[in-house]
Design a protein around this ligand. Structure first.
Ligand code: ZN
Ligand code: ZN
Length: 397
């Protein structure tokens, strides 16, 4: 049984770019190591979800891990909550939150409270609040972000957001989205908690200081992405592989955690273009001694796609390629993406992503370079995301 490293280059798939003479950023990039793997391995392209459907990162990853999204997709809240290290119990409802600024009439003045540095001091004021036999567990994320977990009986995730999504609009009431008693109860108790937190924040010393310094106070939680947490089969249960996750961004750590992977801490892994790619590959190399399966997530390619920065995307791909030899060993290496993020779209698209699978005993196909158009001619053909992990595991036997 071969050890596996599964490398996601987030949003790497792109479209032909005229300044690159019709190459994509991946094709334009100088990537001798990826090309060596493509030459000695097998390639293909993949519709991560069904053909024509554009994946969000969380859906894309879960599909590639082999989960049936209809059955197991937990919603963004639980994934983010796990990603910042909260432990969830069966039945919890988790949400993402922004600390925002509202005025006396609850009109949103800034959805991120002036990009406040940290929500940690605010979270402390309201964490573990109990209302109507329900407990609210709150944890700070990065900068203005936090996660809220509602723990208790008779909860539902069929509730609306309170975020008007724009400034100069009034905070909305959370509403039930179906006729169940559970949804009504959850919306009700969450509204009480949000009101309670708002009062606490209004009186908070730190906010008074911020106002004195001319900064915006953080005084309201805007919540979204509710999801009911249920335990799903772990990666180990599905594939009998002891697995770990190396990622910078919270969402991706959460995706590893929800699949039961051990989430490793890597200094310098940020999930942004300034990330320490070498540190991540070195951590992966070390992890391969202890684990059978390493999920390595690299984010910034997606960010360059959203920013319509093909040059940035190309150079970032070259930086990844440079560190790749750290793990090029007697293991199975597979590289793909959770979706395409074409620079021209400044967003995700339904374009299929390139796939590469290599180990030294594999019978190679005729593809000699790693890129969207080359991979089309590969032996893997046109794959479906749901079949991908099964194929990888089969080839590693
Ligand atoms: Zn993504
Ligand atoms: Zn994206």
């Amino acid at each position: 049984m071969k050890k596996i490293i599964f490398i996601i280059i987030d949003g790497v798939g792109d479209k032909p770019i005229s300044k690159f003479k019709g190459n994509t950023p991946l094709e334009q990039a100088y990537t001798p190591n990826m090309d060596e793997l493509a030459e000695n391995g097998i390639c293909g392209i993949m519709h991560v979800l069904e053909k024509g459907k554009t994946p969000h990162s969380d859906e894309g990853h879960l599909a590639l891990f082999g989960y049936d999204l209809n059955k197991y997709y937990p919603g963004r809240g639980p994934i983010e909550a796990l990603g910042i290290g909260l432990k969830l119990s069966h039945g919890d409802v988790a949400l993402r939150a922004n600390l925002a600024t509202v005025d006396k009439n609850l009109i949103v003045k800034d959805r991120r409270a002036g990009r406040i540095e940290s929500t940690a001091p605010y979270v402390k004021l309201v964490n573990k609040t109990k209302i109507d036999n329900v407990k609210f567990i709150v944890k700070a994320g990065t900068s203005h972000r936090a996660a809220i977990v509602i723990r208790g009986k008779n909860l539902s995730d069929k509730i609306s957001t309170n975020d008007p999504k724009k400034t100069e609009k009034k905070v909305l009431k959370v509403k039930p989205l179906d006729n169940s008693k559970q949804a009504e109860f959850t919306a009700n108790v969450l509204n009480k908690f949000l009101e309670f937190s708002h009062k606490k924040f209004e009186d908070f010393k730190l906010n008074k200081e911020r106002i004195k310094q001319g900064k915006l106070p953080g005084n309201y939680f805007l919540v979204r992405g509710p999801g009911h947490y249920k335990k799903i089969p772990s990666f180990k249960e599905m594939y009998n592989r002891k697995s770990c996750c190396i990622a910078g961004g919270g969402l991706y750590k959460g995706l590893g955690a929800i699949a039961g992977m051990k989430v490793l801490k890597v200094k310098g892994a940020t999930g942004t273009p300034n990330t320490d790619i070498k540190a991540k590959f070195l951590a992966a190399k070390k992890a391969l001694k202890k684990y059978d399966f390493v999920f390595l997530h690299i984010k910034a390619t997606d960010i360059f796609g959203h920013d319509n920065n093909p040059d940035g995307k190309k150079s970032f791909i070259e930086r990844i390629d440079k560190e790749l030899p750290i793990v090029m060993n007697d293991i199975l290496i597979t590289i793909t993406a959770d979706h395409s993020t074409p620079c021209a779209n400044k967003d995700h698209s339904a374009d299929p992503v390139p796939v590469l699978i290599y180990h030294k005993d594999i019978k190679p196909d005729s593809v000699e370079k790693f890129g969207e158009s080359y991979c089309r001619k590969g032996k893997l053909g046109v794959m479906q995301g749901k079949d991908y992990m099964g194929k990888v595991i089969e080839l590693a036997r």
